[in-house]
Design a protein around this ligand. Sequence first.
Ligand code: BG6
Length: 482
Amino acid sequence: MALSDSFLWGGALAANQAEGAWREGGRGPAVSDIAKYRPNVDPREYAIHHAHTVESITAAMADDDETYYPKRRGIDFYHRYPEDLALFAEMGFTVLRVSIAWTRLYPTGEETEPNEEGIAFYEGLFTEMRRLGIEPLVTLSHYDPPLALALKNNCWVDRGTIALFERFARTCFERFGHLVKLWLSFNEIDGIVRHPLTSGGIIEETVEGSILQACYTALHHQFVASASVTRMLREMWPESQMGCMLTMLKTYPLTCHPDDIAATQAKDRLLYLCTDVQAGGAYPRLALNALARQGVEIPFAEGDAELLREHPVDFISLSYYMTLAESVDPDAERTPGNTVLGVKNPYLESSEWGWQIDPVGLRISLIDLYDRYGKPLFIVENGLGMRDELTADGRIHDPYRIDYFRAHFREMIRAVDEGVELMGYTSWAPIDIISASSSQISKRYGFIHVDLDDLGQGSGERRRKDSFWWYQRVIATNGADL
Ligand code: BG6
């Protein structure tokens, strides 16, 4: 068997990590604009690095602050997107995942009318994608809540943010709905517990009560907002589709000791909480009980349960980079993963950042998700962050990246052969961009190199890596020639 002819191939980006131009076109500040460069950030300290106080935010926003904030500059996709899209088209992309910066349309999140300059930017971007035959897959919220809302009321902790987000989404559907048919509401919605500011606009020092409760309150508000805009999309554009997005942090028991199995099961229960709500339409009872034991209560308002039940997503999207193990042994060796720390798996190799490379885990993840929900899946992030070297011949030889993708594609195709419905695949990221966790660009993911270093020095010039031509052939043969 092979992938179907309608299978979409491409790449994925996020506004806050690529666009730059943070103060142009009427854009307002987002929480991503105060993320500092943190080389090889240890995930144990991730939340600490990304946490801010009101004082540190005020200092970061002051005109005389000389700290370098890489996401403010990104890779200048805002100005250079025609060149970048042309390179994606040259690779044969049929889909590109991007996100819309809320603060380009509503600079503080609270305006009643959208910023027309922001609308014009995205209209231009999506029109150019369509002209090149690239289907836009668009995330409404990818790690960039408005800073003004974070400062005002901890953004998603406040139920009032749902209505503001609905206004933003309505504008997106009204103004871009003729160009965009595939939408995602929240990137890695489960991430809020791991990075409250980045995902939820939550400034911990100003939270009343427990931070865990604040995170789950905010998460519930995002669930409600997601279901509400799914309903809105169906009313406005019935043929369009809305997906949810899960960080697929697959965990294996380190041993077959029943205690390790039970610990892994408990992890899985929380892993699947978000997809259970967004795809299944309700909170799973045992997960609610587990949260209650930690003192967390979900703030249901009248009508929430019905809304969640009646408007589940059309498809499930996921990011997949690595897997971790779980053990009850407190001395088990640990290693970082994507914004988490877990137990090291002795059978897997790791990248410089400690992320364990596990192609088979992708197949296992796809089968797990499809078995559980029976909904179409979309891999919207997968890739390898590595340092690349520009050699004397002016090229970047990146066989390690090709090896990573080849192994993952084999397993992806095996899952499809077993019967998993997979709509498409977008690599993270097809061009080097700023890392979400550490704000490095030297943790490079792209098939296209960008001449910038971690401190923003360089020409910004784009250069095709060896993997560029390899991926081009993969797409041309729809995955037959790996
Ligand atoms: C995903 C995020 O979790 O991982 C992306 O959705 C992020 O925004 C990607 O860039 C890779 O993580 P990092 O920290 O290496 O950029």
